[in-house]
Design a protein around this ligand. Structure first.
Ligand SMILES: [Zn+2]
Length: 116
């Protein structure tokens, strides 16, 4: 279960950002994961709720988005989104592909209430 480690790291960043922005509490956190990070959304929601305990993000709602895997073909330069992990360019059949999306861990935005 690598979700817990990822959740703890992300919440550390969320809290830092919230402090920098002078938030008294975090109400919502929007996170994007590339599909290849293999996050199980239900598991992540669970570990997120555990990891925010006792922090200013303890009441935060988590919104998760999973980004599809995308490749660029080095031969014909077309870009393609791949649902099952078959790494062949559908345009020219080449397997000389470069990953352009799918391994992201992005805190897209944080919402909260400001002090004062
Ligand atoms: Zn191609």
């Amino acid at each position: 279960m690598h979700e817990l480690k990822i959740a703890e790291e992300l919440i550390g960043i969320v809290i830092q950002v919230a402090e920098t922005e002078n938030l008294k509490k975090v109400t919502k956190v929007n996170i994007q994961f590339g599909k290849m990070i293999m996050i199980v959304p239900d598991v992540f929601h669970f570990v997120f709720d555990c990891a925010v305990k006792g922090t200013i993000a303890r009441k935060a709602k988590l919104h998760l988005e999973i980004l599809p895997v995308k490749f660029a073909c080095n031969k014909c330069k077309e870009e393609t989104q791949i649902d099952d992990l078959i790494f062949v360019c559908p345009y020219c059949g080449s397997n000389d592909l470069e990953l352009i999306q799918g391994r992201e861990t992005i805190i897209e935005s944080i919402e909260g209430e400001k002090n004062g």
